[in-house]
Design a protein around this ligand. Structure first.
Ligand SMILES: Nc1ncnc2c1ncn2[C@@H]1O[C@H](COP(=O)(O)OP(=O)(O)OP(=O)(O)O)[C@@H](O)[C@H]1O
Ligand SMILES: [Mg+2]
Length: 281
């Protein structure tokens, strides 16, 4: 699979002198589901703001679909990478929900019918159709978050980047967003999320990137979340499923289950086997 995003030795310093990124490198493959984890202040949001050209590298490179992000490609990259900000108040600013979600498509040379269809589809996807005439500042925080997500969906980008997408969503809306992400994944859209939710990362991601202190600490599949040294170093915790099986070393399971599905399979396998043959593989 081709890399759709390549970040190489990325440095970024805020105006007040904070060095948020200190030589960060990573790559993201086409069609993958990537979870970026790391403690508060690690540089996750700063990194994501570089992925669609909102911030330009002070040093180092960001390449999207093979093209380096520069002032010349900045506009192009915004049509390829949709970014949902951590805080919807930074993203949702129009006087009505409809206006807000149509903002992107209206700037894409689409016909009025195409714009209408995209906005309707996007609002339906996040179950916000009935709020289309409402002022975003009268919405709850979670509803605003859903409008921000709809605004990005309406652009139909090839890569969708979401910063803490589950923050403030109720359990049903979280499930709904996971369904949307699964549908996008089936359409070969690459999805990158920054999150503190290790359970979500274990269940959902096929690639995990851990960052700390402005640098990449580890890249790999979700089994990284069973690595005790890494979990401690990155101030994470184990996913609940992993934690349960870590406390049952007598089961002799390797690799440790990390999703509910893997846990159920492991328990069924244990039920079916003799005690002295208890092993997953
Ligand atoms: N606008 C800004 N001006 C100055 N410093 C900033 C700004 N935004 C972020 N920083 C600093 O840059 C560093 C990285 O912040 P960033 O928001 O990227 O971290 P994060 O990993 O997204 O954290 P969180 O998990 O809390 O969302 C932190 O030290 C933060 O204080
Ligand atoms: Mg952040």
């Amino acid at each position: 699979m081709a890399n759709v995003i390549e970040v190489e030795d990325l440095h970024f310093r805020y105006r007040d002198g904070t060095e948020a990124l200190k030589g960060l490198s990573l790559s993201i493959q086409e069609g993958s589901r990537v979870a970026i984890l790391g403690p508060n202040g690690a540089g996750k949001s700063t990194l994501l703001l570089h992925l669609n050209g909102l911030y330009l590298p002070a040093r180092g490179k960001v390449r999207v679909l093979g093209r380096e992000i520069t002032p010349q490609t900045e506009k192009w990259v915004k049509s390829k990478v949709g970014l949902v900000f951590q805080d919807p108040d930074d993203q949702v600013f129009s006087s009505s929900v409809w206006e807000d979600v149509s903002f992107g498509p209206l700037n894409m040379n689409l016909s009025p019918e195409q714009v209408k269809a995209r906005v309707e589809n996007a609002l339906r996807a996040v179950q916000m159709e009935e709020y289309k005439n409402k002022a975003p500042y009268h919405l709850s925080y979670g509803q605003k978050k859903r409008v921000a997500i709809a605004g990005v969906l309406a652009m139909e980008p090839e890569i969708i980047v979401l910063d803490e997408p589950m923050g403030y969503l109720d359990p049903r809306s979280k499930e709904n967003l996971l369904d949307i992400l699964s549908r996008l994944h089936r359409r070969k859209i690459t999805i990158v999320i920054a999150t503190h939710d290790v359970d979500l990362a274990a269940e959902w991601a096929d690639r995990v990137i851990v960052i700390k202190n402005g640098r990449t600490l580890a890249e790999g599949d979700a089994s990284l979340l069973t690595d005790e040294r890494l979990v401690r170093e990155a101030d994470l915790r184990f996913p609940v499923v992993v934690e349960i099986f870590r406390r049952l070393p007598e089961l002799n399971l390797f690799p440790l289950p990390k999703t509910v599905e893997e846990a159920v399979r492991a328990i069924k396998a244990l039920q079916a086997k003799e005690p002295d043959q208890r092993c997953l593989n």
